[in-house]
Design a protein around this ligand. Structure first.
Ligand code: 6PG
Length: 259
């Protein structure tokens, strides 16, 4: 049973991005020092981009052995490989291209002009198979346990590409194809709720006033079908990192460090 979510509030998006970058670099160094290869699940969206650039620009970047890191995506926009809207393309441009990663450890979701063409179901099934084949005996399941799994949150409370009122929320496979997403582009591939709770640490990164109601509901007891961000929980820790605008409507009795 994981602990209840913890909340950390930062002044603004710049401070939040720098703080998340510092936390991520420390976590990767600690896991590597323990002799394991860390794994991270990236998300898309504006705050993720901000964090990626902060990692790239951090003077502590050299502390990580980047060739020993597994990289996954919690969701992907199902567009062509060259489309700049791909979460992968944005992560590469903002961060990954600047790092000496092992290409075999970077696992993007197939693009719509990739090996499965426009068949988004096949692309989702393939990602599920990749997860299954990366899962080790000690992971006890068909999905690896990730060290850090990061998620943005939409104003409607969506996480990855699991949107309120969308049938993908009920899918029990590891990865689901999403059609008719309310946020463009309409076709996506997403980890499902069980997979999004396979992080030792699950970090929600949320900035902006328009997210305040979703944060309030997710931390105030809403169910994951109504507010998907209420669902994912880290195996060891669930951490919500907010800027002060996104934290403006936090439930009054919510335990908050420093309050
Ligand atoms: C995507 C994301 C999505 C995103 C949230 C928050 O593909 O768009 O994975 O879930 O993380 O919508 O995005 P912002 O940080 O831009 O608000």
């Amino acid at each position: 049973m994981s602990r209840p979510p913890e909340v950390v509030v930062h002044r603004d998006a710049d401070v939040l991005a720098a703080a998340v970058a510092a936390r991520l670099l420390t976590r990767l160094v600690d896991v590597q020092s323990s002799g394991r290869v860390p794994s991270v699940v990236l998300t898309g969206g504006s705050i993720a981009r901000h964090v990626h650039r902060a990692v790239r620009d951090s003077p502590a970047r050299g502390a990580v052995d980047w060739a020993r890191l597994d990289v996954w995506w919690g969701d992907e926009r199902f567009v062509s490989a060259a489309d700049p809207e791909r979460n992968e393309a944005q992560a590469r441009a903002d961060l990954l291209d600047a790092l000496p990663l092992d290409p075999g450890r970077v696992r993007p979701v197939a693009a719509s002009d990739g090996p499965f063409g426009a068949d988004v179901e096949a692309a989702a099934a393939d990602y599920g198979e990749q997860l299954a084949s990366a899962s080790r005996f000690e992971d006890h399941g068909d999905v690896p346990v990730f060290d850090v799994l990061m998620l943005g949150v939409g104003p409607d409370g969506h996480v990855a590409s699991l949107f309120p009122d969308h049938p993908a929320r009920y899918d029990e496979r590891a990865v689901v194809a999403v059609r008719d997403s309310p946020k463009p582009p309409p076709t996506r591939v997403s980890m499902t709720f069980p997979t999004l709770s396979r992080g030792r640490e699950v970090w929600f990164l949320v900035t902006g006033q328009d997210k305040a109601p979703a944060v309030r509901m997710a931390l105030g007891g809403a169910g994951q079908m109504q507010v998907p961000a209420a669902g994912p929980r880290g195996l060891d820790r669930t951490l919500w990192m907010l800027d002060s605008a996104a934290a403006a409507q936090l439930p009054p009795d919510y335990p908050r460090p420093g309050s």
